[in-house]
Design a protein around this ligand. Sequence first.
Ligand code: S3P
Length: 423
Amino acid sequence: MDWRIPPTRSLKGRLRVPGDKSVTHRGLMLAALAEGESTLYYPLKAGDTLSTAQALRQLGAEINDAGEHFRIRGVGLRLKEPPDVLDCGNAGTLMRLLAGLLAGQEVFAVLSGDASLRRRPMGRVTLPLRQMGARIEGREGGRLAPLAIRGGGLRGIHYEMPVASAQVKSAVLLAGLFAEEDTEVVEPAPTRDHTERAFRHYGLPLEVEGNLIRTRRADPFQARDLVVPGDFSSAAFFVVAALITPESDLTLEGVGLNPTRTGLLTVLKEMGADIAWAITEGEEGEPVGWIRARSSRLRGLSVDPKLIPLMIDEIPALAAAAAWAEGETYIPNLAELRVKESDRLSAIAKNLENLGVPVEAGEDWLRIRGGRVQGGVVEPFHDHRIAMAFAVCGLPTGVVVREAEWARISFPSFFEDLEGLRG
Ligand code: S3P
């Protein structure tokens, strides 16, 4: 489905974005492992997280819709052998975290997904999980899905992660809940810490010493309600939309402001963005607050490579901002973008070109010369964040977004919400 956006002169109002995808995946998984019933409040109900709910049902958890929420009855640490292949759809987080969980279970399970997910690297989780003792087979020696897992009998490992990836960290920590001896993960750079926060919420074993995270075998634990904040990564598109559209003033409410996610705010501020935010609740769990963004004259800059893991899903949104900034924006340290839902580095470069923006793409960097954006047609390349970022990039000039339905993977009401804020 094509979505046609006419030239937009102003965006005004307040918006509550859907629930956080990362927190919803973790909330569902841990509630499914707990003993008894709990409610997951305001989860994301979109392509990726519905895949997670469905997979967990096949593993024995009861997950029911309760209006905007999910009511979950957990299995008490022991998952059931699934009767069929677990379809992870488009969701890398689901496949990698579930591989960790299943590594600890005495069941046989096969994980597969859509064409994009079957191209994404799985060796980064199969390698440490095999070291822990899980039996995992997959295409190309376990580097690609489908993955066949027979878990159980795990031992703890000390694992120095070669890439900064919250999914790898989480897979190993989840497996560590079923291992003899301690499991330790060392991160090369800080990544989103939702798993650590969720472990604390459920009282699961966790120690953090700098960049080392340690867990150990868990005892059965009680179910506990969890409130999911709005997804910062979804809010990011509206923040950038307000900055680049004339006469705009948007406030995003109930947004997760976990500091391991908000690198984009630091960069935008440095680019001259008129933007403010505050944490208002949830200090012990996930910090939540508001963000206000107004039309701004942005300046290009060279992004600090250390910030990239703290804004790994916001590079498409940053590219949209850079297209409208004066001067050049250089974004380094982007190797991981090549293995997201699409090759995002190429997808960004291609769409900037479609909108007439001069761009150079290296193996792991982008250089964008901002200031001259034309209307045009943009292509999501089967990637939700590319669809949304380039819808935003083309707002002031007008744009046609091909295959706009890809936004449903993480933000089903994105285009309608954008429409509703038009001044
Ligand atoms: C996620 C971690 C990130 C991110 C993804 C969600 C998570 O992936 O890009 O959208 O929930 O742990 P990597 O761990 O591969 O960087």
